[in-house]
Design a protein around this ligand. Sequence first.
Ligand SMILES: Cc1cc2nc3c(=O)[nH]c(=O)nc-3n(C[C@H](O)[C@H](O)[C@H](O)COP(=O)(O)OP(=O)(O)OC[C@H]3O[C@@H](n4cnc5c(N)ncnc54)[C@H](O)[C@@H]3O)c2cc1C
Length: 390
Amino acid sequence: MNTQVAIIGAGPAGLLLSHLLHLKGIASVVLESRTRADIESTIRAGVLEQGTMDVLNEAGVGARMRSEGALHHGIELAFGGQRHRIDLSDLTGRAITVYAQHEVIKDLVAARFAADGQILFEVNDVSVHDVDSESPSVRFTHGGEPQQLNADFVIGCDGFHGISRPSIPDQLRRDYQRIYPFGWFGILVESDPSSEELIYAQHARGFALVSTRSPKVQRLYFQCDPKDDVNNWSDDRIWSELHARLENSDGWKLKEGRIFQKNIIGMRSFVSTPMQHGRLFLAGDAAHIVPPTGAKGMNLAVADVRLLSMALEEFYKKGRPDSLAAYTETALKRVWRAEHFSWWMTSMFHKFDDASPFQQELQRAELEYVVSSRAAATALAENYVGLPFA
Ligand SMILES: Cc1cc2nc3c(=O)[nH]c(=O)nc-3n(C[C@H](O)[C@H](O)[C@H](O)COP(=O)(O)OP(=O)(O)OC[C@H]3O[C@@H](n4cnc5c(N)ncnc54)[C@H](O)[C@@H]3O)c2cc1C
């Protein structure tokens, strides 16, 4: 099998890249280890930056996002029993849209198939070969048969646990990592939204986040021990923990509902560089991870593939490899800014068991500064809605 660009992974990065390339007349094949039903139903991210919305709209896959997604003009920060609104639109002229990642995936899969795009689901034993030549290939099994996909380029969009990043020799790679001593306990709840906007809460018992995925499905999180077990948490215990962390003096109340999913996610910051080795390029979670506090993961994946699609267009249409060669440097500028913002949000809202009383007072002083200074609130807001693309 031959194509121009072989893409490993049908997450937001791989599917969007395939579609952007198609719009530029460049052929690709996407290889995905899971089933279509699986990728279309895994609930993960939900906050789309303005720039992400623009890319999806320009790619012609934004219709459902525009009609079913919820435009949010602000977020709330809760601490000391009070809520404070950060008016994103007033401070930056931009906004975010809450539209679940699996809905973005459904829109992209539909768009790829409507354009006769090739996505092979349930592939196994994927490996990349000859990426330091001009004829790289990907080997895999599909339907029990060994296959080889020959391409000009291989793009690893296979997430943090994929095979692409480890295909770059260890001695050529530098990984930066921070693992946080806490995780997030996430629940999905059948109920109306408790709040029109997301609430980020700092509390002596730990962080909590009130978020939403649709008018009838709410996504709530609270900081937990990453080694905890969801079976230790009855529904009653979860609600009582969330009520304790979200207590406030203005009468606002969290709405309860049927909990239909519980999970615990670890928190890490991670960057691997370079994001290119020969004709193998990495995009999205394959190259970097942020703790979800800044809502940046999916947005960074979109930013990476936007860059790659433009660089590949320049290569194919003008014969110029310069932008491809500059990919790591260009992409990492945005990545490190998002890494810093995500680390900062995480540090400001979470309980650190080893924090001294001095550090706790610094944390409180920082939160008070963010909600009382327009300059500080603007710094948070412009990072949250996403910096403009360079
Ligand atoms: C609980 C949670 C909440 C989050 N909240 C937010 C948020 O609010 N906002 C935000 O922007 N981000 C958020 N994120 C992060 C976001 O979900 C990820 O950053 C995003 O999915 C990255 O997209 P990706 O395409 O790079 O990787 P992935 O979505 O991980 O896609 C990789 C794909 O590759 C496939 N694959 C893996 N290995 C192979 C292989 N060997 N061969 C073939 N296929 C393979 C996988 O099955 C998968 O489909 C959250 C993440 C989690 C876990």
